[in-house]
Design a protein around this ligand. Structure first.
Ligand SMILES: *Cc1c(COP(=O)(O)O)cnc(C)c1O
Length: 235
């Protein structure tokens, strides 16, 4: 493992190679650097190396680091509690983790209050793992329709999913394929506030397979910054 800059260059190269191999444009796959537990210094190093988008999974970390990090697009990728939406509504570009209408309605209210339209993804838990947030594949269509009809200040930009852990990423190729099929189905849905662009799937250990199966946004932490030490920030 090299330094942050080398790691980013390596990932961009792998991303480009895989995309080309499957006949896709490498620029259609956005690399989001996952910066949870990382210092502002490390994050700024990544931004200097070309990172344009970063992902955090805790509201507190976004608040703590926001003013110390260079201008960049912030993504909320972790479970979001309704009562914390107000702290990030003016800071993030995309919320990946919308998994209830209740949460969407709060995002809608807070977005309206500051006069913006918020881009969101619906988090799908296609394997229905109890340990993960997200809605079932069966509920996805109804959820998208409910958000579109109830939340005028939200634009639905696609789906996000976290694959089950697999020693061998080949074992979850079918999972990614299933989420991609769901994505295609709802991307075709015509509505003025439904504008699908992001299929957010793939992390450090499985982004290659995810890109092969159609991911357009990969969330990569460890492969950029190294192993996380959860005791370094906020315990
Ligand atoms: C931590 C995290 C990632 C990144 O995981 P790595 O294995 O470090 O690449 C991606 N997505 C979500 C939702 C995360 O919480």
């Amino acid at each position: 493992m090299g330094n942050i800059k080398e790691n980013i260059a390596d990932i961009n190269e792998q991303k480009a190679n895989i995309a080309k191999k499957v006949g896709r444009n490498p620029e259609d796959v956005l690399l989001v650097a996952v910066t949870k537990t990382r210092t502002a210094e490390a994050i700024n190093e990544a931004i200097d190396a070309g990172i344009t988008d970063i992902g955090e999974n805790k509201v507190q970390e976004i608040q703590d680091k926001y003013d110390m990090v260079k201008p960049v697009h912030w993504h909320m990728i972790g479970h979001l509690q309704t009562n914390k939406v107000k702290y990030i509504i003016d800071k993030v570009s995309l919320i990946h983790s919308v998994d209830s209408l209740h949460l969407a309605e709060e995002i809608d209210r807070r977005a309206e209050a500051i006069g913006r339209t918020m881009d969101i993804l619906i988090q799908v838990n296609a394997a229905m793992e109890e340990s993960k947030f997200g809605i079932s594949t069966e509920e996805t269509g109804r959820m998208i329709e409910a958000v579109l009809s109830n939340c005028k200040n939200i634009r639905v930009r696609g789906l996000m999913s976290i694959a089950p852990y697999a020693e061998d990423p080949e074992d979850i190729r079918g999972y990614f394929r299933e989420v991609k099929e769901l994505y295609e189905k709802y991307a075709a849905f015509k509505h003025e506030r439904s504008d699908f662009k992001y299929l957010s799937m793939g992390m450090s250990n499985d982004f290659e397979v995810a890109i092969e199966e159609g991911s357009s946004l990969i969330r990569v932490g460890t492969a950029i910054f190294g192993e996380r030490n959860y005791h370094s920030i906020n315990g």
